[in-house]
Design a protein around this ligand. Structure first.
Ligand code: FES
Length: 349
């Protein structure tokens, strides 16, 4: 058994013999960025300050000779050999390090799906190197100068091929959103800046989690949920998604997949408008705005971490009710885009 020490916080994580540093961190709830988990992408690269480790097989493109000389290691393949292994872990409060934003990175539209009359899903792939991000962060998309850059949250967890998924809401007066929803074609090149946003959650959360999402605020929640479940977050995760009608549950297939793949994930939908005759396979469901019905869904939130994403009103109204139910923690962060696309988000690490 070795001990991984996180610098500068001094937090310590046990690492059983034969376990990689990445696996040991994840087993204790610490979220280290990673992608391939096989030594080929370099996403999990960190500086090792002291101690020795077996690096295992890692491609030079993931960990260069210079990286190795400077003491960096790829933690998805690294196994400690010494009693203590001290690695750099971001800022003093031991939050994970943010990736420095980059600008004017070219991505190609590889898929565009009309999810509802007002929301389209865009999938973009990088032509060259991809932008690394934490689940819950956002990018700026556009094609300046005709279509100024605007903020949109990723709806997917980081992937080895760098693909980014966005849900874009049609805004009647939004110059860029109208272009993205109505005109952008498959094969077109967009400029992407980012990532931005520091609400990358608390990877040490070890409690049940309640996620409240309204409309397109679902995007950062989906990214966080997918990433957390995929890395083995084992506590109950309940998503309550607020939409107007059953037709607005736009990523139904992805939500159903999460339900069946991860038994600790539960989906509930709340409809704010009655739309008789239409049904949704998502069960159970409710009628009414989440702030008005939350107490009937869950009378107490003691010991629960709550994450809220949606419009300013949605977030503030939900937060007010959530706080009255005694949550363990509430994570929100208002954000308003220049063109009127808005969401607030809270992050699950
Ligand atoms: S996660 Fe890809 S090299 Fe470690």
């Amino acid at each position: 058994m070795s001990v991984i020490r996180l610098y500068p916080s001094g937090n310590e994580v046990p690492c059983p013999d034969g376990m990689t540093v990445l696996a040991a961190l994840e087993a204790e709830g610490w979220a280290l960025p990673n992608n391939c988990r096989a030594g080929t992408c370099g996403e999990c690269k960190v500086k090792v300050r002291s101690g020795s480790f077996d690096q295992g097989f890692v491609l030079d493109m993931a960990l260069s000779k210079e990286d190795r000389e400077q003491g960096y290691g790829a933690m998805c393949m690294a196994k400690p050999l010494s009693e203590y292994l001290e690695i750099e872990w971001g800022t003093e409060d031991a939050k994970p390090t943010l990736f420095p934003p980059r600008e004017q990175i070219a991505y190609v539209v590889v898929e565009r799906i009309e999810r509802t009359p007002s929301i389209i899903e865009l999938r973009l792939r990088p032509i060259g190197e991809s932008l690394r991000f934490w689940p819950g962060q956002h990018m700026q998309l556009g094609a300046p100068p005709e279509h100024p850059l605007r903020n949109y949250s990723m709806a997917n967890a980081p992937r080895p091929d760098g693909e980014l998924t966005f849900y874009i809401t049609r805004e009647p007066f939004g110059q860029t959103s109208s272009w993205l929803t109505d005109s952008v074609a498959i094969g077109e090149t967009l400029m992407v800046n980012g990532p931005y946003g520091s609400f990358i959650g608390d990877p040490a959360i070890a409690t049940p989690v309640l996620l409240l999402a309204g409309g397109s605020g679902l995007a950062p929640i989906m990214s966080l949920t997918e990433a957390a479940l995929r890395r083995g977050f084992a506590h109950p995760v309940t998503l309550v998604f607020s939409v107007r009608t059953p037709a607005d549950v736009y990523p139904l297939g992805q939500l159903e997949y999460l339900k069946r793949r991860y038994p600790n994930f539960e989906l509930q939908v709340s409809y704010t408008r009655h739309d008789h005759g239409k049904t949704c396979t998502a069960e159970p469901h409710h009628h009414g705005r989440i702030p008005e019905i939350l107490e009937t869904i869950t009378p107490s939130l003691a010991g629960t971490a709550v994450f809220i994403a949606g419009s300013d009103h949605f977030v503030s109204d939900c937060a007010r009710v959530v706080n009255s139910l005694g949550p363990g923690m509430v994570y929100t962060e208002p954000f308003t885009d220049q063109q009127g696309d808005f969401f607030s988000l809270s992050i699950l690490g």
